[in-house]
Design a protein. Structure first.
Length: 170
């Protein structure tokens, strides 16, 4: 078992709360050129189609928030809006654990397909999504207002994805 696998086995996925905002904003601000505002996250906690989760790990300081994600479930589909991991915990399987949980929960709610947009230059994210079976199906030209960068549209069949990816493969 790789170190990343052993590490991620200590990660807990829990529902996001208002009390998480300070830690979420600290991660958000260093993860994206144009970060979401705290108000955007707070609104997502109230939207019925929105699903919001955090990754935590126990430490000497208690339970630390080390990552989070937001996605919507509607019309039988799951749309990933936001996922980020604290810099000092990247490349340890945290994003994979969040993705696996999103797919499992989506399937449980009847959403068998997943979609997302990703910056063309975000190679790390693209590789993560491809590992879960996401395939590029289109381009949204100038999708990102801040850089005018194209957004790649990716789709995934979650049932097929879960056949290929197991907890041990992450």
């Amino acid at each position: 078992m790789a170190l990343e696998d052993r590490f991620s086995s200590f990660v807990m996925i829990e529902e996001m709360t208002v009390q998480d905002m300070e830690q979420i904003m600290a991660i958000e601000k260093v993860s994206f050129p144009t970060p979401w505002s705290e108000n955007m996250f707070r609104k997502e906690l109230k939207v019925s189609m929105s699903r919001n989760f955090v990754a935590r790990i126990k430490s000497e300081r208690g339970k630390e928030l080390i990552g989070y994600m937001n996605y919507w479930i509607y019309a039988g589909e799951s749309h990933l809006n936001n996922i980020a991991v604290r810099r000092d915990y990247r490349r340890k399987g945290i994003a994979s654990k969040l993705m696996t949980e999103m797919i499992r929960k989506s399937l449980k709610e009847g959403a068998a397909l997943g979609t997302l947009e990703v910056r063309r230059t975000n190679g790390a994210a693209i590789r993560l999504y491809e590992r879960y079976g996401y395939i590029m199906k289109g381009v949204r030209p100038n999708y990102y207002d801040d850089t005018k960068e194209d957004g790649l549209i990716m789709w995934c069949d979650f049932k097929e994805s879960m056949k290929k990816v197991s907890e041990n493969d992450i």
